[in-house]
Design a protein around this ligand. Structure first.
Ligand SMILES: [Zn+2]
Length: 472
C-alpha cells in the first residue's frame, strides 16, 4: 500500500490550529509513513509518491469526535422518544434496548456510526460505551476496537457502566445488573494493557468512564476510580450537568454543585473530559478553566433533548478546553461531524442574539462574533485531540499525524462562495469527500469507503430495525 502522498494545489487549507495559524498559506502537503513531512507551495512530486489532485478543493484536519454512543446508531428516531426530555427519553429509548444488543448487533451499529462519521471527514472517534453487566456473554470493547480498526480510524473507548442501579431504571424490566467495582476495574485494567496507546499519534486509547459520575457509582467509590485511572495512566470521562434537574439532584443529594462534587473527589484536571456541561454557574466555569478539564460539547443532542445551550464560548474565553462530540444517534439523528460543526456555529450566535437586551444607545444587536468558523474547526479537531490526549493529532502541520479531509465543493450549495475555505462549515450539507486520510492511509476515496458495501449495510440496518421493534 502506498505510504507517500503529495496533496497538490488545494484551494485552501484550514489547519485546525487556533488563532493566526488557523489558515495555512500552503497549497501542497507532503505525507510519508502517516506523518505530514512538508507543507508549502509548488512542491514537486518525488519518486514513489502518489499525487492527490486537490484543485478546487479545501483541506481540513480530520475531525475528532469526543463523545458518542455508537450502539445507538440503530436507535434513530424511535417514536416513543422523539418528543421527550432526557430522563424519560433515557427510559423510553436507550435503556429499554440495551439488553437487545449482542455482539452482532453492536458491530452493525458501530459500523453504521463509524461509516457515517468518516463520510463527514472524521478520523478520530471516542465512544462512550456503557452496556456492561455481569455475564453479558460477549466482549463489547474488543468488538468496538475491531470495527474501528477495520475501517482505519483512530479510536478511544470511554469504558462506561456503573456499580449501582440508578433510580431511573430500577423498575424497568430491561434493567441491567450493575457490575462490582472490582469487576469493572479489572476489565478496565485489561483494556488499558491491551489498547491504551502511549506516545505520539496513537491509534487507540482507553478512558475510565462511569456513565454518569453522580449516579452510576456511589460517593465512596468516586475518588477510588479517579485514583485507579491515574495509576493506570488513562484519562477519565463521564456525563455531567446535562439538564437543570441534574443540578437539582446534585444539590439535594450532595449539597453542592456538580463540578464542586467532582472537585471534591479528584475528578478535575487535564486528564478529565466531561460530556455536555449544559448547565454551569460562573464559579463552575472558572473551576473547569483553571483545572484544564475538557468539555465534550454536544450541541445537536442538547438541542434535540431540550437540555439547553452549553456555555462553550464562555469556557473558551476563560482559556478552558472545548471539544465537540455528536453524542449517540438516538438523541442526534445527524450524528456526523459536519452537521455538528454547522449547528454549533449557528446555535451560539442565535443564543447570544436571544440574550441581547435593548440598550439606551440603540445598539441592541450582538452575538454574531460569538464563535467563528476557525474556532469551531479548532474545537472539533485540535481541541478534541487535546481533550482526549491524542498527542500529535488534530492539527495540520509538519510532524503531525496525516489525518485530513479533502472536500470537493462541487455542488450548487457551494457555488458563489467568496471564501471557499469556510464552505463545509457555513453551508452545511455534505460536500463530496474526495479523500479522507487517517494516519496517512486513504480510508475514503471519492465518497466511498473501500470494502464497505453501502447497499448491504443499508439492508442490514433496515432488517435489524424491524427485528428490534419485534424484540423489545
Ligand atoms: Zn452521551
Amino acid at each position: 500500500m502506498n505510504k507517500q502522498f503529495l496533496i497538490k494545489d488545494a484551494h485552501a487549507v484550514l489547519t485546525g490550529a487556533a488563532g493566526d495559524a488557523a489558515r495555512s498559506p500552503a497549497t501542497d502537503i507532503r505525507i510519508a509513513d502517516g506523518v505530514i513531512t512538508q507543507m508549502g507551495c509548488g512542491l514537486l512530486p518525488q519518486p514513489g509518491e502518489r499525487v492527490l489532485d486537490a484543485r478546487d478543493c479545501v483541506v481540513y484536519p480530520g475531525w475528532v469526535n469526543t463523545h458518542h454512543h455508537l450502539f445507538q446508531s440503530l436507535l434513530k428516531g424511535v417514536p416513543a422518544g422523539i418528543n421527550l426530555t432526557l430522563s424519560p427519553w433515557l427510559q423510553a429509548v436507550p435503556f429499554i434496548y440495551r439488553k437487545a444488543f449482542d455482539e452482532r448487533r453492536l458491530r452493525l451499529a458501530a459500523r453504521i456510526g463509524l461509516v457515517e462519521l468518516m463520510l463527514s471527514g472524521c478520523t478520530t472517534v471516542a465512544d462512550h460505551h456503557y452496556i456492561y453487566y455481569p455475564n453479558m456473554g460477549y466482549d463489547a470493547s474488543a468488538a468496538l476496537f475491531d470495527e474501528a480498526d477495520k475501517l482505519g480510524v483512530r479510536f478511544m473507548l470511554q469504558r462506561g457502566g456503573g456499580t449501582v442501579t440508578r433510580k431511573l431504571e430500577a423498575d424497568q424490566s430491561t434493567y441491567v445488573e450493575p457490575e462490582t467495582l472490582d469487576g469493572m476495574m479489572g476489565d478496565v485494567e485489561r483494556l488499558a494493557a491491551r489498547y491504551h496507546g502511549r506516545g505520539a499519534r496513537p491509534m487507540t486509547r482507553v478512558a475510565l468512564a462511569p456513565t454518569t459520575a453522580t449516579v452510576s457509582v456511589p460517593r465512596g467509590e468516586l475518588r477510588q476510580i479517579a485514583g485507579a485511572a491515574r495509576r493506570l495512566g488513562i484519562p477519565l470521562h463521564t456525563h455531567m450537568s446535562e439538564t437543570v434537574s441534574f443540578m437539582e439532584h446534585c444539590r439535594a443529594e450532595f449539597g453542592c454543585l456538580p463540578i464542586e462534587y467532582l472537585a471534591e473527589h479528584d475528578w478535575l484536571g487535564k486528564d478529565v473530559s466531561l460530556a455536555h456541561l449544559t448547565h454551569l454557574t460562573d464559579g463552575e466555569l472558572a473551576l473547569l478553566a483553571r483545572t484544564g478539564t475538557g468539555m465534550a460539547h454536544c450541541p445537536q443532542s442538547n438541542a434535540r433533548l431540550a437540555d439547553g445551550v452549553a456555555r462553550a464560548p464562555d469556557l473558551h474565553r476563560l482559556g478552558g478546553a472545548v471539544s465537540l462530540g455528536v453524542d449517540g444517534a438516538a438523541s442526534n439523528e445527524a450524528a456526523d461531524m459536519l452537521s455538528e460543526v454547522h449547528f454549533c456555529w449557528l446555535m451560539h450566535r442565535a443564543h447570544a442574539g436571544a440574550a441581547t437586551r435593548p440598550r439606551p444607545d440603540g445598539a441592541g444587536e450582538a452575538g454574531a462574533d460569538s464563535v467563528s468558523v476557525e474556532q469551531v474547526v479548532n474545537w472539533a479537531s485540535d481541541g478534541g485531540a487535546r481533550v482526549l490526549g491524542f498527542d500529535g493529532v488534530g492539527v495540520l502541520a509538519v510532524g503531525q499525524a496525516a489525518d485530513l479531509a479533502v472536500y470537493d465543493l462541487d455542488s450548487p450549495r457551494y457555488f458563489g462562495l467568496h471564501d471557499m475555505a469556510i464552505g463545509p462549515v457555513v453551508a452545511a450539507g455534505r460536500p463530496r469527500l474526495k479523500w479522507l486520510l487517517a494516519a496517512g492511509r486513504v480510508v475514503v476515496e471519492d465518497d466511498a469507503i473501500p470494502g464497505v458495501d453501502m447497499a448491504a449495510l443499508r439492508a442490514e440496518a433496515a432488517a435489524d430495525v424491524l427485528r428490534l421493534a419485534r424484540e423489545v
